[in-house]
Design a protein around this ligand. Structure first.
Ligand code: SF4
Ligand code: SF4
Length: 384
């Protein structure tokens, strides 16, 4: 979620649900819906197939939400595409989640989807009335383009309508936490705000008279449209984190497919662990445990996968990378992981023409052999 994918850290979200035995395993504590893939922007680093028209059916999503509640998941967020292009989904799911007692994480948004101030305010008001108590996670970086006045309008309206100075957080994608802050600085100027470092939080804050936004950094992963960006093999191996932050989630895509994480590789079919049209949460978690790749990531870690690949062929990888999700995406698309087919990304998945949200036909990806077929889902042996 993909998405203006914003990695959620473990400290922001809490660790996964406790398990009876002290073992590492996939134990999701977070539910995220991407109601639509479509977006009003076309950022060069986007890893979402924004030209796909699929939308999650509200009734089907509600059923899954209730199932997740029974299962014990308590935290919910929304991503996309641009979630505000499907506001009726956001509002309906928010209302039911609030009634069920869910805590709210972020709605990830580019903040510039509105065509008028009136539309913006009416949509935000409907969210407040539905009971949304989370944050609006604004993606602001050079990839999203320069939309400073419209972003500032979004911030001021959200502050006024939600009546909270902490209703927003910021997210920027770059190579280093302190790089690529220029668009955030421009927004700060527009809002008459300053950017300060917080030792306590270990991150930057944008602070104005009536707004305080934390700035979250996303390690830029040059995948999908951004494949031509170089530098991901930066010579340093990632530190194992068992995907506790971005993973331990049930991310529901607009076509109903469920992924275990909101990492940059999560749109790959190889990470599909179920479908809300036919599976229960229990079945999906069980399948994740047995999944030849997902199960191993959460049980043994990415380093185990890396070591297995290098033991088989010391030259299988072009170098070392500190970016977990980039590594994941590389080994999955190239078919380097055991028992998982390769494919996807620019080397084979998003092919063929698809209408975007305005009905324009877009062509992304490289057409291979005239085929528009997607690679098979990597189901674990014996899974339904
Ligand atoms: S705002 Fe940009 S990164 Fe986010 S979904 Fe739209 S095109 Fe992709
Ligand atoms: S490394 Fe892979 S499994 Fe882990 S969060 Fe990133 S994309 Fe997901």
């Amino acid at each position: 979620m993909g998405t203006h994918t914003q990695r959620v850290t473990a400290s922001q979200r809490g660790l996964g649900r406790p398990v009876r035995r002290r073992t590492r395993t996939f134990r999701p504590n977070y539910l995220s819906f991407a109601g639509t893939y479509q977006c009003n922007l076309t950022c060069p680093h986007c890893c979402v197939p924004i030209e796909w028209p699929d939308r999650l059916d509200i009734g089907v999503a509600r059923r899954f939400l209730e199932d997740a509640h029974r299962y014990g998941i308590e935290l919910i967020g929304f991503t996309g595409g641009e979630p505000f292009l499907y506001p009726e989904f956001l509002v309906a799911l928010t209302r039911w989640a609030a009634e069920l007692g869910f805590r709210f994480d972020k709605i990830v948004t580019n903040g510039v989807w509105h065509t008028s101030r009136r539309q913006l305010r009416a949509t935000l008001r409907a969210l407040v009335e539905a009971g949304f108590t989370g944050k609006l996670g604004l993606s602001v970086d050079k990839f999203h383009g320069s939309h400073t006045p419209q972003l500032a309008e979004f911030c001021r309206s959200a502050r006024a309508i939600f009546g909270r100075d902490n209703v927003m957080s910021l997210s920027h994608a770059s190579r280093r936490p302190d790089a690529g802050l220029e668009p955030v600085q421009a927004l700060a100027r527009e809002l008459d705000a300053v950017i300060e470092w917080s030792d306590l939080l270990g991150r930057y804050l944008l602070v104005s008279r009536d707004l305080t936004m934390t700035l979250n950094w996303n390690h830029l992963a040059p995948v999908e449209r951004a494949e031509r960006l170089v530098g991901a093999w930066d010579g340093t191996w990632f530190a194992e984190d068992y995907c506790e932050g971005p993973g331990q989630a049930l991310i529901v895509n607009p076509n109903g497919e469920v992924k275990p994480c909101c990492g940059f590789a999560s749109d790959l079919d190889q990470l599909t662990i179920g479908d809300i049209h036919r599976d229960t949460v229990k079945q999906i978690v069980r399948r994740a445990h047995r999944h030849p790749y997902v199960g191993k990531v959460f049980r043994e870690g990415l380093t185990a996968i890396r070591d297995e690949i290098l033991a088989r062929d010391p030259d299988a990888l072009p170098g070392a990378t500190s970016n977990h999700c980039y590594f994941c995406w590389h080994v999955l698309t190239r078919g380097l992981a055991e028992h998982v087919p390769g494919g996807g990304g620019q080397i084979g998945k998003w092919t063929g023409e698809r209408p975007n949200y305005q009905g324009e036909l877009l062509q992304l990806g490289i057409r291979r052999g005239g085929s528009d077929r997607r690679p098979p889902v990597a189901n674990a042996p014996g899974s339904p």
